[in-house]
Design a protein around this ligand. Structure first.
Ligand code: HEC
Length: 102
């Protein structure tokens, strides 16, 4: 039906816009609103949104292992990048961090 695919892509665009707003809100609740957070957001959102991991709570070592799993999936990060990622997530998404309210 003509026009059907236009409506479909408008719907998709709206869904993406909503997902981005939700993602922003979840990250805004993290204790550090700083450069490390922006860095991690940029790194992780290359492939998926934070919905993939924002409910996860684990220590920095475990986040480091998670980051290496992402390297296995194609992320191109240096070991320094991974240290920054693990330190930030271990703090903001550590075992004692409050769960995201969303
Ligand atoms: C190169 C692409 C890529 C990047 C960059 C990436 N991921 Fe992933 N991630 C994936 C893929 C692919 C999956 C599997 C998706 C699925 O199972 O549907 C995944 C799944 C996950 C999972 C759930 C499965 C698991 O192995 O634990 C977590 C947690 C996760 N990612 C965290 C992160 C974090 C944190 C970052 C940023 C530091 C990140 N990812 C960046 C590709 C990536």
């Amino acid at each position: 039906m003509p026009g059907g695919s236009v409506r479909k892509s408008l719907g998709l665009a709206a869904a993406i816009a909503v997902a981005m707003v939700v993602t922003e809100a979840a990250w805004a609740q993290t204790p550090q609103g700083d450069a490390a957070r922006d860095f991690v957001v940029e790194k992780c959102s290359q492939c998926h949104t934070d919905s993939m991991f924002r409910d996860k709570r684990q220590d920095a070592r475990a986040w480091e292992a998670t980051a290496y799993r992402m390297v296995g999936r194609g992320a191109v990060w240096t070991s320094d990048d991974i240290k920054t990622i693990a330190a930030f997530l271990g703090q903001s998404f550590g075992p004692d961090a409050p769960r995201a309210t969303h």
